[in-house]
Design a protein around this ligand. Structure first.
Ligand code: ADP
Length: 197
């Protein structure tokens, strides 16, 4: 088989909102239907320490979360200083990271390791953009959520956007290692590989 290097693993976390709403099965089936292979699956309540490692305070990530938020504020004619007390993207990213850690540790989540061709990009495509309001129909966030950044930020809460999916191979590796022990990831043969890959 050529292109084996394109076969990647990623981490998906069904956040507390999906678990509480009872839509875990529906969401998992979307990944299965796309032909992705479930290699690890479990329910876990993250400790604060695990959540801090999971949402690692990488400067670039904080800046990117902050910048995405600032861009949306500009589009909506809102002032980030009013909501966050600053327009420094890294500081805004840091505030959002705090909300995320509170949220992800508030209740159990369902985490899974998925494998497939270009799996990271594929899963992010199925999941859709960060802000449910902007996520197109057909994506998980577009179909199962609807809230906006403006609403979340006025209430000083994280966006309820149903799922987390790793953004890069490096993130996937780190995030998988926070939640799964190596022996909890199973490599098994499926007899449908030749019709999918
Ligand atoms: P994604 O999850 O799409 O990769 P980011 O890495 O930019 O998005 O952000 C991580 C998470 O932080 C998002 O999934 C969302 O739950 C939350 N988030 C991002 N921006 C905001 C915001 N402005 N207000 C509230 N929550 C936010």
């Amino acid at each position: 088989m050529n292109g084996k290097h394109l076969i990647q693993k990623t981490l998906v976390v069904l956040k507390p909102d999906s678990v509480k709403r009872g839509i875990v099965g529906e969401i998992i089936s979307r990944f299965e239907k796309a032909g992705l292979k479930i290699m690890g699956l479990k329910m876990i309540k993250l400790t604060r320490e695990e959540a801090e490692k999971f949402y690692y305070a990488d400067e670039n990530w904080l800046e990117s979360v902050g910048n995405k938020t600032i861009t949306r504020y500009k589009e909506m004619g809102l002032d980030p200083v009013k909501e966050f007390g600053t327009d420094d993207p890294k500081k805004i990213g840091g505030i959002i990271r705090g909300w995320l850690i509170d949220f992800i540790t508030s209740s159990p989540v369902v985490a899974m390791v998925l494998e497939g061709v270009n799996c990271i990009e594929e899963v992010r495509k199925l999941v859709g953009p960060t802000e449910p309001l902007k996520a197109p129909p057909g994506t998980i966030r577009g179909d199962y959520a609807h809230v906006s950044i403006a609403y979340a930020n006025w209430n000083k809460i994280v966006l309820r956007n149903v799922v987390h999916a790793s953004e890069t191979e490096k993130d996937a590796e780190r995030e998988i290692s926070v939640i799964f022990k190596p022996e909890e990831i199973y490599n098994y043969e499926r007899n449908i590989e030749e019709v999918i890959y």
